[in-house]
Design a protein around this ligand. Structure first.
Ligand code: UD1
Length: 352
């Protein structure tokens, strides 16, 4: 049995490792070992996803928790290095672009362990985003790059990654969506909020540039409040801290909730009229579900959601116009629910 470390840290990682874990568990040659670094630790941001996605308790918990970027990155490197000395990995799989993605890649590579990055090659070209730094660091030293779309392959080639290190495997988030489709369809989460299908919007905001400054957040909320339909707004803990300082009148058009579980959230998105977000993953999920998405950011590391999908980048002053002209789109190649099996095929080639 080959031991494959699956590194997860924060909310968007859990739906990326779940399909891989399940597909590997069904083999007789690959042993998936879940390593949770603990960047997200509250029930809503972590365990709720393990419960929904049917993941077992992590094999290893590094309990790193919150802190500055350097603190999180450094503590994760120290704790993961210690673990690697004790628990031998034949391959380390990192996903996405959170602090732990870069930290575990650095720790593993310095121990000469092979590392594969799932969701490699995405670039916003905006180095003020902490995630962009994590993407560049991770891709520059990983051995294998599993990409979701052709634009990611092109970015890696431009950065002198060898073509034989790159494999387009598709979008792993769509595997989770397909895997959970029945539960999502059964959830009908809008009923709980007394909403009618296609007559409400969903809002998420958590990027530092949008939520860390109260005046900026207030301006965004004013723009979104003009949408004219009820807006359900599951609030990220980072956003909550600033939201609590804003006048309550600004919030009257929103149905505020704590962070939602995966199934509840995707159920709400599936029947929404539209989504307004600054998330990365939600741009992809809305493209797959054919729900118009208005992304409150100046750049996206997922341009295929704009060129092929339902996504549009907007500013507060262009949101109203964008809402009036919702986009339709199509689903990019290999966003089909079979990414985990393509990853497993490649792992067998690598380890052969
Ligand atoms: C992180 C990722 C981002 C991802 C996002 C999704 C990085 C650089 N950023 O941002 O790419 O899109 O997760 O959620 O890795 N907190 C809680 N409970 C928790 C976790 C965090 O209350 O379970 C609080 C923390 O104390 C902190 C804030 O939320 O003050 C932000 O958490 P942090 O992990 O620093 O980054 P995110 O903004 O969540």
């Amino acid at each position: 049995m080959k031991n494959i470390h699956l590194i997860c840290a924060a909310r968007p990682n859990f739906m990326k490792i779940a399909p891989l874990y399940k597909a590997m568990k069904a083999t007789s040659d690959l042993n998936p070992v879940i390593v949770h670094t603990g960047q997200h630790y509250s029930y809503e941001m972590s365990q709720a996803f393990f419960d929904d996605l049917g993941l077992p308790e992590p094999d290893h918990h590094l309990d790193v928790g919150s802190g500055t970027h350097a603190f999180q990155t450094g503590e994760t490197m120290i704790a993961y290095e210690e673990l690697c000395e004790k628990s031998r990995a034949d391959l380390v799989v990192v996903v996405g672009d959170v602090n732990a993605t870069a930290a575990c890649t650095m720790a593993a590579k310095k121990l000469l362990l092979p590392v594969a990055h799932l969701e490699a090659g995405l670039r916003s070209l905006d180095r003020t985003m902490p995630e962009e730094i994590n993407r560049i660091v991770t891709d520059s030293i990983s051995d294998w790059h599993w990409t979701p779309s052709a634009d990611a392959d092109e970015n890696l080639i431009k950065e002198n990654i060898r073509p034989d290190q790159i494999r387009m495997v598709g979008n792993i988030m769509i595997d989770s969506l397909v895997m959970m489709k029945h539960a999502i369809d059964m959830a009908a989460a809008w009923q709980k909020y007394l909403l009618d299908p296609k007559e409400y919007g969903v809002l998420t905001l958590h990027r530092p540039v949008n939520v860390d400054d109260a005046a900026t957040l207030a301006r965004l909320l004013e723009a979104v409040a003009g949408a004219g339909v009820p807006m359900i707004f599951p609030v990220h803990p980072r956003t909550r801290k600033v939201l609590d300082t804003l006048p309550k009148t600004l919030l009257k058009s929103f149905i505020l909730t704590d962070p939602l579980s995966y199934v509840q959230f995707i159920s709400l998105v599936s029947e929404a009229k539209f989504v307004v977000t600054d998330s990365g993953g939600i741009q992809e999920e809305t493209t797959y579900l054919n729900i118009p998405c208005h992304t409150l950011r100046e750049t996206t590391e997922r341009p295929i959601t704009v060129t092929m999908g339902t996504n549009r980048l907007v500013k507060p002053e262009t949101l109203a116009q964008s809402l009036q002209n919702p986009k339709t789109g199509s689903v990019p190649p290999l966003w089909d629910g079979n990414t985990a099996s393509r990853v497993i095929d490649h792992i067998r080639e690598i380890l052969a």
